[in-house]
Design a protein. Structure first.
Length: 159
């Protein structure tokens, strides 16, 4: 039963992630943005004083090399600029006025997608889903090092 539940969970998460990525990509195609660009723009929109590359990497859960590439691409499109600073990881990345307009479009698209997929699901069910899903994510994060901490023959039901 537990194994079947894990498989179902992983399949659902993968399916949802793929669908979200496709929806974001299609919605952002006219701006030449992919789903990771979209995530970065949205995070920066909610940080009016900008973020360093490290902060952006942490908030988007992307590695620093990927963030550097994305920031460079967003700069080329005129969506972001960097504040003056010593090293590229200390500079703050800020949305330009053009980037803010794009972020507003993205936020409208995300709201439309949320409305479309939530449909007739009652608000209390959505709140329960996010609360429970948040707990699952927190528990998964806490156990990321589980197998490196346990001997190979340890009982998985302890701890």
């Amino acid at each position: 039963m537990e194994q079947d539940r894990l498989e179902a969970f992983m399949t659902l998460i993968t399916s949802a992630s793929r669908s979200i990525t496709k929806l974001k990509s299609k919605g952002m195609a006219s701006y030449g943005l992919g789903s990771t660009h979209t995530a970065c723009v949205r995070v920066l929109y909610n940080a009016p004083n900008g973020l360093t590359r490290t902060q952006l990497s942490n908030k988007c859960e992307l590695d620093k090399a990927q963030i550097s590439r994305i920031v460079g691409e967003l700069e080329e499109k005129g969506f972001v600029s960097e504040s003056p600073g010593a090293s590229s990881y200390k500079k703050r990345i800020l949305l330009t006025n053009h980037g803010k307009r794009i972020a507003e479009d993205i936020n409208r698209l995300v709201l439309d997608i949320n409305t479309l997929v939530s449909g007739e699901i009652p608000d209390e069910d959505i709140e329960t889903f996010y609360r429970v899903f948040g707990i699952i994510c927190k528990n998964l994060k806490a156990k990321e090092d589980y197998f490196s901490e346990k001997p190979a023959n340890a009982d998985p039901h302890t701890n």
